[in-house]
Design a protein around this ligand. Structure first.
Ligand code: NAD
Length: 338
């Protein structure tokens, strides 16, 4: 059988082709799935999509009308998928429920260290043989407080590294993670975490309850010299409120691997275009803000595991099986999701 895979990164393509070799043929496309590209999937029973694919009801209807029975999403988050619509259309939706949490946790740390120690500014300067230290003053993290919002797999991996740095640990989650408690984490109300942490990192999924979790009130509660890192989903942060906070000269640094309006921007070369997103454009003007293009997951290990699970998901679908990676199985949502 031939599968069509949308949004395949150049580095990912040989890994994807190798993984499906001997199982199925895979047609790799660098375009992302959306309402314009959905007709390409006509006639393909299995369609694989990547983060930022548009899997709204409209796109799912186009896929189903073209004969698609399964969507194999190559990511964990599924805030981009209309599961109810998929169920109503009788589709199967697979995702990768977990893979190397270290990829994302280590990247969140890379952002945290880079903004704390002004690494990008420093590197840009030395490239121009400007060896001054003006404006590069950072802070020791040892003895400061890390606030981990969401202490699941990635939050726990982040916490282990924070523990290694000798930081005090505050956590907020629906459920306490005993591994984090064993490292000395104290679970506190969200407001207290925002008020007391020097470094705040977000690792909850984007759901209705967590949308704009970092809003104007949360930003106002943060220490003036706090660092904010978001490597989860852009919609967790009210970016307009963040811009106002930065304009007021607050926050030492912000590292964002995700942005609420990233679809259509991230993963594309837009360097020659007029950028009409004023919020993002303003965000980029702050010297203490570092934005990356949703790359936290992009390690050999994580991409390898994502692909391995995607192949298994396709095989499960073809054999009529379900698994913990299936969000919808032949139109059936797990009862908790309804
Ligand atoms: N930037 C990237 O490349 C990238 C890659 C992978 C995952 N992610 C994001 O990271 C998120 C976390 O991934 P994970 O593997 O650690 O997931 P996980 O399921 O192991 O952990 C999520 C944690 O959030 C908590 N949580 C869920 N809903 C909550 C709510 N409403 N309020 C408070 N806490 C809540 C859960 O209890 C859990 O402990 C994903 O949902 C995804 O959005 C980003």
């Amino acid at each position: 059988m031939e599968i069509v895979a949308f949004g395949v990164q150049a580095d990912e393509r040989p890994l994807l082709e190798k993984a499906f070799d001997g199982h199925h043929q895979v047609r790799c496309l660098d375009v992302f799935l959306n309402r314009d590209t959905a007709p390409i999937a006509h006639g393909y029973e299995v369609v694989s999509t990547s983060v930022n694919a548009d899997l709204s009801a409209e796109v799912l209807q186009t896929l189903a009308a073209g004969g698609t029975k399964m969507v194999a999403q190559r990511s964990t988050g599924f805030n981009n998928i209309d599961l109810e619509a998929a169920a109503d259309l009788g589709l199967t939706i697979g995702r990768v429920s977990s893979y190397s949490p270290y990829a994302v946790a280590e990247f969140a740390w890379a952002l945290a260290l880079a903004v704390n120690r002004r690494l990008v500014r420093a590197a840009n300067r030395t490239r121009n043989f400007d060896f001054r230290l003006d404006g590069l003053l950072g802070r020791d993290l040892r003895g400061r407080t890390a606030g981990v919002v969401g202490t699941g797999r990635i939050g726990e991996a982040f916490t282990r590294i924070a523990h290694g740095f000798g930081m005090n640990l505050l956590g907020w989650d629906l459920a306490e993670n005993p591994e984090c408690v064993a490292l000395g984490m104290r679970y506190v109300p969200r407001e207290r975490l925002f008020a007391e942490a020097d470094l705040i990192t977000l690792h909850v999924p984007l759901v209705e309850d967590t949308r704009h979790l970092v809003d104007a009130a949360a930003l106002a509660a943060m220490k003036d010299d706090a660092i904010l890192i978001n490597s989860s989903r852009g919609g967790l942060v009210d970016t307009a409120a963040l811009v106002e906070t930065l304009k007021a000269g607050r926050l030492t640094g912000v590292g964002l691997d995700v942005y609420e309006e990233e679809a259509g921007l991230f993963y594309f070369d837009r360097s020659l275009d007029v950028i009409d997103d004023d919020t993002l454009a303003r965000l980029m003007t702050f010297a203490n803000v570092l934005v990356t293009s949703h790359q936290a997951y992009f390690t050999e290990e994580a991409v390898g595991q994502i692909i391995e699970t995607t192949v298994a998901n396709v095989e499960d679908h073809l054999a009529g099986r379900t698994s913990e990676h299936m969000l919808v199985t032949r139109g059936q949502l797990p009862s908790a999701a309804r």
